[in-house]
Design a protein around this ligand. Structure first.
Ligand code: DQQ
Length: 538
């Protein structure tokens, strides 16, 4: 099976077959993690959407259960789209999701467990009052732009609040609804937040993060106070990326005020992203078992639809990531949940090693198609870095200066899923610039030579990483799993996920290298690499 399926993953979440997209309603209940997801039971392309369901003890190994929610009543007869779970006080779970009604209008529905003493929450019943929220003439909501309810939070006034993604013309918005009993919902006078020119906001997510000490600790969604900041994430239909804002939630006015307000309309407004590669429709939940907030996201294929149909499946989820506020307060940090480290085996460690300009060093002893690699670099020649004379989009900079373009300080990093003769490779690397007398670190994931099959989307991705290479080591971690490379730069300050479909670098034919294509030598202060065991997934 796996010999003709070189692109199936070994430790990333995916169903046995068919199409998967957004993670839905993640939660911890009955000591288990529950994950629902958008799924087409009938094929490898989007359609016939139901909520498939899997459970896990560790966020790594997953057991499939029957579909939890599927079209069965007028309010969802044409599809059960994305939504979220909320744990009511006392711990009773409820789900709000978008249904597509007989007129193809988007409406919001409630489902509750049939039997809350079943820790597997196998069966769900829908409220006879569905739909609970719907577009009307009076609220001016467009019935094709009204979807993806968030986890609800409880205000001090005893009202639950939930956000629904929407837009009016090109103004994207998170519409706010309130309810005392979770059944009767009333639209608030104004959205929680909106922004001109940003288009449809899909899959909004709104949650508190700690802003003082104990930063990595996560808190429940209803927590607010002086010591928290709030994050508003939206999946922009126009850019197909997950963007976020950090700010404060004014619970009296019921509005979100981003720290960068004033920049509305400027391209910098939605500059922050969870991931600068292929990544969408993500959702967080509070894990009360480990007191952390966990982020799950969907990664679409980069192969052709014809190839997806041929291989019989499409879409994976990322490794769940813990997410918290960076001590600067200016961005979030993400790191794969530590449970994934239980899959590590056969460690390879290098002593400190200098990698000279032009050098390529094989990393042997790990399985290059199923690996976890951590590497850190010390740079001594920052003064020799190339000068960047005007600011440019980092993704464009990465495509102009790919791994094959020689530099001064960098490019250095990893060549992953590489063929022996380097006809195929994916390069994840750093390149350092001087910009306005400061050091600027570029992180790239260069897929341009990832496959000899040119039917694939081989776009290069990139971002700047807020690390000062003069005072800090530059670290990179890549989780490599057959057709996915998930990379974390600067201890999780920048993430880039890429899909790759090599034709030569598959199975035991693939190679892994450290490389330096700059003129300056750099020091590898740390290399720890592991082969990864196969997880039990569905
Ligand atoms: N996917 C769902 C929608 C959501 C979109 C449909 C985002 O609810 O807006 O499968 O990927």
């Amino acid at each position: 099976y796996s010999s003709n399926q070189p692109y199936r993953t070994a430790y990333h979440f995916q169903p046995l077959k068919n199409w998967i997209n957004d993670p839905n309603g993640p939660m911890r209940y009955g000591g288990l993690y529950h994950l629902f997801y958008q799924y087409n039971p009938k094929g490898a392309v989007w359609g016939n959407i139901v909520w498939a369901h899997s459970v896990s003890k560790d966020l790594v190994n997953w057991t499939p259960l029957d579909h939890a929610i599927h079209p069965s009543q007028p309010s969802d007869i044409n599809g059960c789209w994305s939504g979220s779970a909320t744990l009511l006080p006392g711990g009773k779970p409820v789900i709000l999701y978008t249904g597509i009604d007989p007129n193809n209008h988007q409406v919001q529905n409630l489902a509750i467990p049939k039997n809350i003493s079943d820790p597997l929450l196998r069966e769900w019943k829908k409220s006879p009052k569905n739909p609970l929220m719907q577009p009307t003439f009076s609220n001016k909501i467009n019935s094709s732009s009204f979807r993806d309810p968030t986890t609800a939070w409880l205000g001090k006034d005893g009202f639950w609040r939930v956000l629904i993604g929407s837009k009016i013309n090109t103004k994207g918005m998170a519409i706010l609804y309130k309810s005392k009993n979770f059944v009767n919902w009333v639209e608030a006078k104004h959205p929680l937040h909106s922004a001109e020119g940003t288009g449809m906001w899909e899959c909004p997510d709104f949650y508190p993060v700690l802003n003082q000490n104990k930063l990595t600790i996560g808190v429940d969604t209803s927590v607010n106070g002086d010591y928290v900041k709030h994050v508003l994430k939206v999946s922009l239909d126009d850019t197909k990326h997950d963007h976020y804002l950090i700010g404060t939630y004014d619970a009296v006015k019921d509005i979100f005020v981003p720290d960068n307000h004033g920049l509305e309309g400027n391209h910098q407004y939605f500059e922050l992203r969870y991931d600068y590669g292929k990544y969408y429709a993500s959702k967080t939940f509070f894990d009360d078992g480990k007191n952390r907030r966990v982020l799950l996201g969907w990664v679409n294929e980069s192969s052709s639809v014809a190839d997806d149909v041929k291989k019989g499946w499409s879409g994976i989820h990322t490794i769940p990531r813990a997410i918290w506020l960076h001590k600067s307060g200016k961005q979030l940090v993400q790191w794969p949940v530590k449970e994934i480290e239980n899959l590590r085996m056969n460690p390879v460690n290098w002593p400190t090693k200098v990698i000279k300009g032009g050098e390529l060093i094989p990393i042997t002893g790990v399985n290059p198609v199923q690996a976890d690699v951590e590497i850190s670099f010390e740079v001594n020649d920052v003064g020799k870095a190339e000068i960047l004379d005007h600011m440019i989009d980092p993704q464009i900079l990465c495509s102009q200066k790919g791994a094959a373009v020689k530099g001064r300080v960098g490019p250095f990093g990893l060549l992953v899923v590489a063929s022996k003769g380097l006809q195929e490779y994916t390069a994840v690397f750093f390149r350092i610039f001087r910009y306005q007398h400061k050091n600027l670190v570029l992180m790239c994931s260069d897929q341009s030579r990832s496959s000899l099959n040119k039917e694939n989307d081989m776009t290069t991705y990139g971002t700047f990483v807020d690390v000062d290479p003069l005072h800090e080591k530059l670290s990179l971690r890549s989780l490599i799993d057959h057709s996915v490379v998930e990379s974390f730069g600067g201890e999780g300050r920048a993430c880039i996920t890429a899909r790759v479909y090599p034709t030569l670098a598959i199975h035991d034919k693939a190679m892994l290298y450290a490389f330096n294509n700059g003129t300056s030598a750099v020091k590898i202060t740390r290399l720890n690499a592991w082969s990864m065991k196969k997880a039990k997934i569905n």
